[in-house]
Design a protein around this ligand. Sequence first.
Ligand code: TRP
Length: 460
Amino acid sequence: MGKAERIDPWSSDQSTDYARIVDRFGLDTVDSSTLPNPGMLHRRGIVFAHRDLDVVVGCIQRSDPFGVLTGLMPSGRMHLGHSMVIDQVRWFQEQGADITVTVADLEALATRGTSLSRGRKTAIAEYVHNYAALGLDPETTNVYFQSSRPEVQRLAFTLGRRTNLSELEAIYGFSGETNLAHVQAPLVQAGDIIHPQLDEFGGLRPIVVPVGIDQDPHLRLTRGIAQKTNWFNVNSRKDGGITVALSIQGNNAGHLGVLPDGKLDSAVRAGVFEDIEAGLTNLGFSDFTANLKHGTIDIPGATRSDRSSIRMVLLALERDMGGLGLMPPCSTYHRFALGMNGDKMSSSKPETTIFMDDEIGQMSKKVMRAHSGGQPTVEEHRRIGGDCSKDVAYQYLQFFFERDDSVLDDIRKEYESGRLLAGEIKQICIDGATEWLLDLKEKREQWSGRIEEFLAPDAI
Ligand code: TRP
């Protein structure tokens, strides 16, 4: 696989060929018309792809519990790019999700050398205040630190048994020179993503992880590992129907009716099948074809849309039997906003973005200098019109500052027709950004002293 074919979560040099990424990595595309109360980023195609989002949509529709897990390394300052994920988190929270926020202080220590005490300071002073200011509800938000949640670290070790260097090499492009921090961090991140399903953190329920596309390798790794731990596989059959198949592993063979000599323990196997069939009967299925010896149960009447409820029943059964019972995480992916210079946005290049604590003057200067889709002269601009696809001011209104679709659409039409000049659209962007920054500042101040409301008990 060539370099261009990979997504590297540690590189700031990201591919923006989104159609190709969707294709190459088997993502599904987001159709906002199928979402309940689609948010601004969904309606505008900025959240463009997902894995298993339909599972979460089902929970929203049935008012079933589901969670969101998100995380950030506490290094550097928060900027526009970060607000997109938080926007999505808030949307999920409004649809009924509980929220877990990872402060990836171990990852920052391993990959950037940020000390744990510095990471903690930055997280509290900068990150949690901004999460609060961006409108998360503390009632159902829990911020924790990787370094102070042993269950996450333990999971990293447990899950590490289910992968190997070749897989990490294929996913991340590691070589002999790769620093081991880049092996540790994804395993801890898998622990982050999986752990809200543990009984002590809310129990079995779907967990969705909204991320930039650069984080998809971590999701692929975590989903793969979770699936490998499952005791029961749920497969759609070509001729319709669903087959449940036992996945015999070293630690579950006895439970699933395999004797130490490899022979079938019919009594135990029959007991397992009875439990599975009882669970499926509760879901309303009555027609099964069981093959004890092969360890399969066919459910001819089930369809693809029954898969996730069947999975839930089997994961609960797996837990009762002593297994982990882990669901692969769901995920959504957003596009990256252009950097101020028309290229990539990067926190290490302050001129390419707006920080959440920028002064209005600093922000205005950056917008005035930002890459423009306007024409070189007013005369030409009036004739040809502006190009929104290259215009930073327009895109920042679209991604961040103009929440009203019809107002945004008017701005686009005015700009493309040449009636609105490049300097004028920049001024609209500055006005929007000013309001956004002042609002954030005010809310950060309102929350100061009350930040503990967002922290999990093990983070205080
Ligand atoms: N790797 C993420 C980053 O670079 C931080 C992170 C750690 C994270 N755990 C996570 C992100 C879980 C999403 C979900 O910022």
